[in-house]
Design a protein around this ligand. Structure first.
Ligand SMILES: [Ca+2]
Length: 144
């Protein structure tokens, strides 16, 4: 008796017609029937139960970031384009707008979402404390 088994797929293929391609780590052959990779370890750029999905299918980009599969680039094999105020591989880090030290002339920076605020010294004003207040260099500003 001759039984044609799906296990006769060539290495690296699986499925009823041997048309599905395995994407296992180090090109190890997957299960010829189910497509499962040994230890469920996928090759770079492939994810999912049987390593047939691209990383973006798992929506890795947080905070409404846009995901683009970039299989040639690694090591994460996807690139997130973040919305305003967010950064990081998965757009899960809130940008510290004070990191660039935008407040001039001794002003104190306070980080906020997608913006920052400068608290200026008595002698300066402006968004970045870049404007010197006329006459502020003189003593006694409390006249009035
Ligand atoms: Ca911020």
């Amino acid at each position: 008796m001759i039984i044609h088994l799906v296990s006769e797929c060539e290495a690296g293929k699986f499925g009823e017609d041997c048309t599905e391609t395995c994407h296992c780590l180090d090109d190890v052959a997957c299960d010829r029937v189910t497509g499962h990779c040994p230890n469920d370890t996928c090759a770079g750029g492939w994810v999912g139960e049987i390593c047939q999905d691209r990383p973006c299918s798992e929506a890795p980009c947080q905070n409404d970031g846009t995901c683009l599969d970039t299989p040639e680039e690694g090591p994460d094999y996807y690139t997130c384009t973040c919305t305003e105020g967010w950064e990081g591989t998965d757009c899960d880090e809130e940008i510290d707008e004070c990191a660039s030290d935008p407040c001039q002339n001794g002003g104190t920076c306070t980080d906020a979402f997608a913006e920052y605020a400068c608290a200026c010294t008595d002698k300066y004003e402006g968004d970045n404390c870049e404007v010197e207040i006329p006459g502020a260099g003189e003593d006694g500003g409390s006249a009035g």
